[in-house]
Design a protein around this ligand. Structure first.
Ligand code: AMP
Length: 202
């Protein structure tokens, strides 16, 4: 694929970044967006922005995020589906952190099919939990995110293992899973992803 929003056949890029906490889906998602011209849609950031509002909904979202639990599906779908549809109609998207469970994935697939678009690939970033924990604790020292304490991080790993990891076989069965080793320097991860995308058929 070339360095603009379309690949060589004129299609836009539509990717999902699937990864446990700390594997670099935000960093890699931003880089892939800058490289391809597609929009980076970070579910955690959009929900954090929605949580800023001094409304009951804002407070509800903030409480889920602070605990490391998933925000309820309907709230997530209301925020993320319109953002994805708008991006699909413009320059494509790099979805980062959505869908995060099977009901979200099925709702998103049905919504997308109704609007005539599909995911081209799901990039699954894989790394050992000890490496991820170390990275997240370092980020906590730099950014001070409320969900980056050791206890909440452990809980977020559990949520990933118990809920989000089910998306790995789900996308594998659909033939669009691309597994990448995230236990290497960020530039090497980016290079591996781009390499793998070059072989993408649709
Ligand atoms: P992230 O920035 O992707 O690590 O997400 C931070 C937090 O936002 C998660 O721990 C969840 O509380 C919430 N969140 C992000 N994406 C989703 C999603 N797709 N479904 C439910 N909750 C989400």
């Amino acid at each position: 694929m070339k360095n603009d929003q379309h690949d060589e056949t004129g299609r836009t890029l539509r990717l999902l970044m699937l990864a446990p906490p700390g594997a670099g889906k935000g960093t890699q998602g931003e880089r892939l967006a800058a490289w391809s011209g597609a929009e980076h849609i970070a579910a955690g950031d959009l929900l954090r922005a929605a949580a800023q509002g001094q409304t009951e909904l804002g407070r509800e979202i903030a409480a889920y995020q602070a605990s490391g639990d998933l925000v309820p599906d309907q709230i997530v779908l209301d925020v993320l589906l319109p953002a994805a549809a708008e991006a699909a109609a413009r320059s494509g998207f790099i979805l980062d952190g959505f869908p995060r469970n099977l009901p979200q994935a099925m709702a998103a697939a049905e919504f997308a099919a109704g609007r005539g678009f599909t995911l081209q690939a799901t990039i699954y970033l894989q790394a050992p939990e000890a490496v991820l924990m170390e990275r997240l604790l370092a980020r906590a020292r730099q950014e001070g995110r409320s969900d980056d304490t050791a206890e909440v991080i452990k809980h977020r790993f559990q949520v990933f293992a118990q809920t989000t990891a089910a998306l790995v076989p789900y996308y594998e069965e659909r033939g669009i899973l691309v597994t990448v080793n995230a236990d290497q320097p960020p530039d090497a991860v980016t290079a591996e992803i781009k390499d793998r995308l070059a072989g993408l058929s649709d």
